[in-house]
Ligand binder design. Structure first.
Ligand code: ARG
Length: 479
């Protein structure tokens, strides 16, 4: 063979870690195809953190002498500093971050470096690294979502008296408070935070000690290793431990649902910013112009957030598909988990970084909202409810009110414009009171039910939202 199949041909210099069993070098094309270093280098901190805990566990089990452990620990810390400072290069010929760190360590500390991988497989190692990585970014994402929820709450409080037409089917339906509308999104984001916290709890489990698939032959104190890593629990089954990616799937499911919420709110911003609505004005710093039409002020941030949701849904479906046909235990397919998760993390964090300040700087046009609320016969349900209070069955009340609306529409009048005489042409049950009932603030106040838009209820909801936002955030940390 003369390299016709792209053999690596690196001779003795860089023998593979498994070279004992093999008579040939790996084909170059295979090396490149299977390498994960270009993307899993992101895990270097977690890889070193996991190795430090492993070294301590090996020393405790008597597998390493205290001196060897000390050398390895110092070496690992130096490798981390070197990588952080950009002093060490990750050899692109090495397959993944685990082999790359180990190689750097051995180059630094010599022979003893070769003892690091005792009682460990890359299968339990990568599962641990990935969990540690997710734990870190979950906190970061949690803080960003918390910031978004706080922004929604600030906006709701600052605009607590603003009224707008509530829509169903995008048609004028009933009047609502803007604060009530914003609090609806607050609820979604709070649920996202709960989902994330729940997923975080199941991520914080250590697979170390599971080895390649069946457990290791050394007396490792798995629980102590987990605790040294800040993980409260250890996995219960070694086969599951090395092939489980539920924590990543749960994270992606959380991320996909969170993107649905961002995308829905983005869609509202886009609609509200459109000329026919004119309910909001974007801050100049968060809008973009057109290269040809000078009058344009486009909601690109919101549009991109809406558009990027598709990537995250794709990430979830991709990983579900990777895992669904895998027999136990580890299979290389699992290496496909990382890019999907990294993409979702980057997308979600990127969206939140731009979306939250875009919202925070929105100017709400209460005048335009009030104007829109004057059209659309938003008080029609209240008229029917009024007739019900006069003893008319709801279905009859609905029909009478429908006729009133048609009349008003043809006469080019709003319900508030109608005189008592006009009302009474449709039913003798109408009294002067109906003219109060159709005023929009009265419609709001009438929805005085838990979870309703009555100003009294919304004021209460705002107070409760502050408390709920402050609760259960201890896991988010602050770094
Ligand atoms: N780079 C691999 C991954 O991401 C690490 C585990 C490799 N294990 C193995 N037996 N080849 O999954």
């Amino acid at each position: 063979m003369t390299g016709g199949f792209g053999m690596a041909g690196r001779g003795e210099k860089m023998g593979k870690l498994w070279s004992g069993r093999f008579g040939k070098e790996t084909a170059r094309v295979v090396e490149e195809f299977q390498a994960s270093l270009p993307f899993d280098r992101r895990l270097y901190r977690e890889d070193i953190k996991g190795s430090l805990a492993h070294v301590a566990t090996l020393a405790k089990a008597g597998v390493l002498t205290p001196e060897e452990a000390a050398v390895l620990e110092r070496g690992l810390r130096e490798v981390e500093e070197d990588l952080a400072a950009g002093r060490a290069a990750l050899d692109p010929e090495l397959e993944d971050i685990h082999l790359a760190v180990e190689t750097l360590l051995t180059a630094k500390v010599g022979e003893v470096g070769k003892k690091l991988h005792t009682a460990r497989s890359r299968n339990d190692q990568v599962a641990l690294d990935f969990r540690l990585y997710l734990l870190r970014v979950e906190r970061e994402i949690g803080r960003a979502l918390h910031g978004l929820a706080a922004t929604l709450l600030d906006l709701a409080e600052a605009n607590r008296d603003v009224l707008l037409p509530g829509l169903t089917h995008l048609q004028p339906a009933q009047p609502i408070l803007l604060a009530h509308h914003l609090l609806a999104y607050f609820e979604m984001i709070l649920r996202d935070l709960e989902r994330l916290a729940d997923c975080h709890r199941r991520t914080a489990v250590s697979p170390l000690g599971s080895g390649a698939l069946a457990g290791v032959t050394y007396p490792l104190d798995r629980q102590a290793a987990a605790e040294a890593l800040g993980l409260p629990a250890i996995t219960k089954n070694s086969l599951d431990a090395v092939s489980d990616r539920d924590f990543a799937l749960e994270f992606l499911a959380f991320a996909a649902i969170a993107m649905v919420h961002l995308s829905r709110l983005a869609e509202e911003v886009i609609l509200w910013n459109s000329a026919p609505f004119g309910f909001v004005e974007l801050d100049d710093a968060f809008a973009t112009g057109s290269s040809i039409m000078p009058q344009k002020k486009n909601p690109d941030v919101a549009e991109l957030v809406r558009g990027k949701s598709g990537r995250v849904f794709g990430d979830l479906i991709a990983l579900l598909t990777v895992v669904k046909g895998l027999p136990l235990a580890y299979n290389k397919d699992l290496q496909e988990d990382k890019e999907r998760v990294f993409d979702a993390v980057d997308t979600l964090l990127g969206c939140l970084a731009a979306f939250t300040p875009m919202l925070a700087t929105l100017r709400f046009r209460a005048d335009r909202m009030a104007e829109a609320a004057r059209q659309g016969y938003l008080a029609a349900t209240d008229v029917a409810d009024y007739l019900v209070r006069q003893g008319v069955p709801f279905r009859d009340a609905h029909a009478v009110t429908g006729r009133v609306v048609r009349y008003a529409e043809e006469a080019g009048k709003s319900l508030e414009d109608l005189t008592l005489e006009e009302w009474q042409q449709f039913s003798p049950r109408f009294t002067a009171e109906v003219r109060e009932v159709v005023k929009l603030p009265a419609c709001l106040a009438a929805r005085d039910v838990a979870g309703g838009t009555a100003p009294r209820r919304v004021a209460q909801a705002l107070v409760e939202a502050r408390t709920r936002l402050a609760a259960g955030v201890s896991w988010l940390g602050n770094e």
